[in-house]
Design a binder for this molecule. Structure first.
Ligand SMILES: [Zn+2]
Length: 301
């Protein structure tokens, strides 16, 4: 009996020893990997160029297109400058009737970005003061809605389309969305649904009216952290494996600088993978053949 117990104790000790040795192996093997990497032969300069060329050829053959829309411009929002200066084409959504509405829209256009009217629309929940001036409210008559949309378009120079600021209530409202889309049609503009309401009627109505059907695929910065934004960009990349074109929305404002910085960090990697940054109007044009849809022929400028 006694011997047997001792044997058990010895076996346990051996097991503990093996476990500790095993744990210790982690960092050690890490060191060996580093040493191996240090010893790796550098890639000759010519070969490096070939690799780059191959990646470039592949990118041109099968471009995966990412349309990044940045919302909430027009009120000297945080990160405005950083966003506009990103070295890729963006879509800049500017709110109407605010102190820097015209300035932001004009600068975005001059810097080669697409411009949208970021039209405030009533949400199901949320404070009315977050809406901003010129908002579309559910109690408005058709005429009032029409007037507000026309005034907003006139207030944001160079706009190629409209997307919604908030608007979970209005994008589900057949009557009001129909008026908004009619104005879009008359002006040669398109509507991009930010998808704040999964029961939105904007897509189906757009299609019925012969307008492009465009909607947000993913919000990039609903949480203000580098980790989250990076994660969302990775998700957009995964979506691109399936659909070749993806629409993502970020924001200027409290987290604007962080969003701009994080997008900037990911640009070289995304481009090397063959992702092309495009303006939203490229996707709109693709969906509209001149004269398509019912009624008067609709063409985008
Ligand atoms: Zn917004």
């Amino acid at each position: 009996m006694r011997n047997n117990k001792l044997g058990k104790a010895k076996r346990s000790a051996l097991l503990v020893f093996l476990l500790v040795a095993g744990l210790g192996g982690g960092p050690l093997s890490g060191t060996w990997v580093s040493a191996g990497e240090l010893g790796a032969e550098p890639v000759p300069k010519g070969a490096q160029k070939d690799i780059q060329k191959d990646a470039q050829t592949e990118a041109n053959e099968r471009p995966q297109r990412l349309a990044v829309i940045i919302d909430d411009f027009g009120n000297k929002m945080g990160g405005t400058e950083e966003m506009l200066r990103l070295p890729v084409k963006l879509t800049v959504a500017v709110m109407p009737f605010l102190p820097t509405t015209r300035e932001d829209a004009t600068r975005a256009h001059e810097m080669g970005h697409d411009v949208l009217v970021h039209l405030p629309m009533e949400p199901k929940r949320g404070r009315p003061e977050w809406l901003g001036p010129g908002a579309i409210i559910s109690g408005m008559s058709d005429e009032e809605v029409r007037l507000k949309v026309e005034q907003a378009i006139e207030n944001v120079p160079f706009a190629k389309g409209i997307n919604n600021h908030m608007g979970s209530k209005i994008t589900g409202d057949q009557r009001i969305m129909s008026v908004i889309l009619d104005v879009c049609r008359e002006r040669g503009l398109f509507f991009v649904d930010s998808r704040t309401n999964y029961r939105s009627v904007a897509g189906e109505l757009s299609q019925n009216k012969g307008l492009p059907n465009l909607e947000n695929d993913i919000f990039l910065d609903d949480v203000h952290s580098t980790r989250h934004i990076s994660g969302q960009l990775k998700k957009a990349e995964e979506l691109l494996e399936k659909k070749r074109a993806c629409i993502a929305i970020g924001h200027v404002g409290v987290g604007g600088k962080l969003t701009a910085q994080t997008i900037k960090q990911h640009i070289p990697r995304l481009q090397a993978r063959g992702v092309k940054f495009i303006g939203i109007s490229e996707l709109a044009h693709e969906q509209v053949s001149p004269g398509s849809g019912p009624g008067h022929p609709f063409t985008l400028p």
